[in-house]
Write a protein that binds this ligand. Structure first.
Ligand code: SAM
Ligand code: SF4
Ligand code: F3S
Length: 453
């Protein structure tokens, strides 16, 4: 076939995404970039000409999972043309050489800061079929390239990465090694991307970063609060959120924004990791419990409606019963409405990986006790929502159930209602009628004349 005709044919790309919201954002941006070379997204993986696995390295067995997934792709495509298989994300960054060496079914590994090269890599593989390992830390170039490509994301609630990487070096964490040093995007570029998302229909923007509140565009003297104030002025935008934050970077101006910005949602994800100062010190967390509680108090003083979510590592090396009790007590004291808790997982290359781990049975027991408490707190919180009126931003229509719409309240609780009218992209008042473990069900009230406050 004539080479030009061949290259003009539409091809299909499928991405399987693991890990945090930043990976989700990256996967969407990869789909935007690869459209330039005629690759269009498909939801049916078996149709893929290019198959990307966007990986996460945060907890155990990440590399094994990748090999497992590669095996599955091989099986699925046994009687079909082999797709171009690319391993992207944090495992690619950390274990790229090993992956390529161990399995030549993989065509390329590409780290999270190198997606600006993805089209070139795909083209090279199409033409030459040789393996590639692209794992530079060039965040500046990544975002310079991304700003020239508009986002095709038309979601009501859209992610926008404003900051990448981490300089904190908590002893347990791989992120500084997989995402590289802290880098903040240019302030104007961020606002331009936000405008693009709003034109496509976004009504909520979730600002993302491994340490989103460390955002610091030094060239223009802008911090995260400046982005929030600028977004607050955008007419079509109804809601602003940001995550994940580090307690050390909860600056006064940012705390003040929680009072002044009505579009900034009253839920803050502020990982604490442990309730014990001894453990926090050994983790190199750079904050203690007194400082953490002070931040919570300051935020509540500025905005009495604010609630908190957090991350916890249970059974960190050296965690004694007393340390665990302090974590348990902190959970009871703050009543986090959402919490993500995991047993410490030694990550290769991190300082904590050499430390003496805690007996597995004891670790599991502590996790179970902690998660039971977290679940009770959550259920009690949900019970209190019954017969209350909440504001819900509707994101989509449910595919399997007729006239049912899915949205989230201000605290990001998933809410389902029935509506004959299309309410996607609208914020409505909802009376909460019942809830299950994962979802809340309600009824629309005053449908026609509610305007967002
Ligand atoms: N930057 C955020 C912060 O400082 O809190 C967190 C980012 S990290 C991607 C998300 C969460 O993964 C952490 O808050 C931590 O609870 C968990 N995590 C990271 N490394 C871990 C490990 N080695 N074992 C268990 N959990 C871990
Ligand atoms: Fe990891 Fe967050 Fe610590 Fe950075 S601040 S090393 S991302 S846990
Ligand atoms: Fe995982 Fe990398 Fe995110 S390790 S949590 S995908 S930054």
């Amino acid at each position: 076939m004539d080479q030009r005709i061949k290259s003009n044919l539409k091809k299909k790309i499928f991405i399987k995404t693991f890990g945090c919201q930043m990976n989700e954002y990256d996967s969407n941006r990869i789909l935007d970039i690869t459209k330039k070379i005629n690759y269009f997204p498909t939801k049916k993986k078996i149709e893929a000409d290019c198959y990307i696995i966007n990986t996460c390295h945060i907890r155990e067995k990440a590399t094994e999972k990748v090999f497992h997934d590669v095996g599955r792709v091989k099986k699925e495509f046994k009687n079909k043309k082999k797709p171009i298989l690319i391993i992207a994300g944090c495992v690619a960054q950390a274990e790229g050489d090993l992956i390529l060496k161990k399995d030549n079914y993989v065509d390329a590994v590409i780290g999270p800061q190198s997606y600006q090269f993805i089209n070139k890599i795909i083209k090279d593989i199409e033409n030459k079929n040789k393996q590639h390992n692209i794992t530079n830390f060039d965040t500046v170039k990544k975002f310079d390239e991304l700003k020239t490509i508009s986002s095709n994301n038309s979601k009501v609630s859209s992610f926008l990465t404003i900051q990448e990487g981490c300089d904190k070096f908590c002893k347990f964490c791989v992120v500084p090694y997989t995402r590289g040093p802290e880098h903040s995007r240019d302030f104007e570029d961020v606002l331009n991307e936000a405008d693009g998302l709003l034109r496509k229909g976004a009504r909520e923007i979730i600002l993302l970063g491994q340490n989103v509140n460390a955002y610091n565009d030094k060239k223009n003297g802008k911090r995260l609060s400046d982005i929030i104030y600028a977004l607050e002025k955008k007419k079509d935008l109804l809601r602003i959120r940001y995550y994940t934050s580090h307690p050390k970077d909860m600056t006064k101006d940012l705390i003040e924004a929680h009072k002044k910005c009505t579009k900034l949602m009253p839920l803050l994800h502020l990982p604490v990791q442990s309730g014990s100062n001894k453990i926090l010190k050994s983790m190199n967390r750079k904050h203690n419990i007194k400082e953490y509680l002070k931040i919570i108090d300051n935020l509540k003083e500025k905005n009495s409606r604010i609630e908190f979510a957090s991350d916890f590592i249970i059974a960190y090396p050296g965690e004694e019963q007393e340390d665990f009790n302090q974590t348990y007590e902190l959970m009871k004291k703050i009543q986090f409405i959402n919490s993500y808790s995991f047993i410490f997982s030694p990550r290769p290359g991190t300082p904590a990986s050499d430390m003496q781990i805690i007996d597995e049975t004891l670790a599991k027991k502590r996790l179970m006790i902690f998660q039971k408490l977290a679940e009770n707190i959550k259920m009690n919180y949900k019970k209190k929502l019954l017969n209350k009126i909440v504001k819900v931003l509707f994101e989509n229509k449910m595919t399997k159930e007729k006239d049912k719409y899915f949205g989230r309240d201000e605290y990001q609780n998933p809410v389902i209602v029935c509506s004959k009218k299309n309410i996607i992209g609208q914020e409505k008042r909802v009376l909460i009628k019942k809830f299950s473990q994962h979802t809340i069900y309600g009824e629309l009230i005053n449908t026609d004349n509610f305007l967002a406050a």
